[in-house]
Write a protein that binds this ligand. Sequence first.
Ligand code: AMP
Length: 150
Amino acid sequence: MSAYKRILMAVDLSEESDQLIDKTCEIAGRNDAELSLIHVIEPLSFAYGGDVPMDLTTIQEQLDEHARGKLDAFAAKLSHPVKNKLIVSGHTESEIHRIADEHDINLIIVGSHGRHGLSLLLGSTANGVLHGAHCDVLAIRVQPVEKDKD
Ligand code: AMP
């Protein structure tokens, strides 16, 4: 019996996310696993609270819709079938933990940056996901994607 029947891949929808694809699909394929994707949107109200004297609902809805399109496009690049494409709202690490528990996930896959030694080996999100997860967590090292300078 394979160890990882249900895998949750955390996707921040940056260009770096593509670097998680090959290894995730290989692991999912080898385990004949159900693969789910999760993208967490931190609500604008978290950042601005009551400080902005306007209704952020429409902007929030547009952000959610944009993320939905990007997650669909991301899923289409995967060679392994995707069972769930989840977009949730809240704090990234705690939402990943919540969904992992809810879906009885055996393995969470996140990206991590390995820039300056051991203390920063895990990016902040990867670190937060690792601490508090009730299942295995695989941090796949990603390289920063250089942006074109104008
Ligand atoms: P960071 O530590 O923020 O550079 O992110 C590292 C990894 O955490 C990413 O490669 C994703 O796997 C995951 N991650 C970060 N932000 C999100 C997000 N909003 N939704 C889902 N996963 C995320």
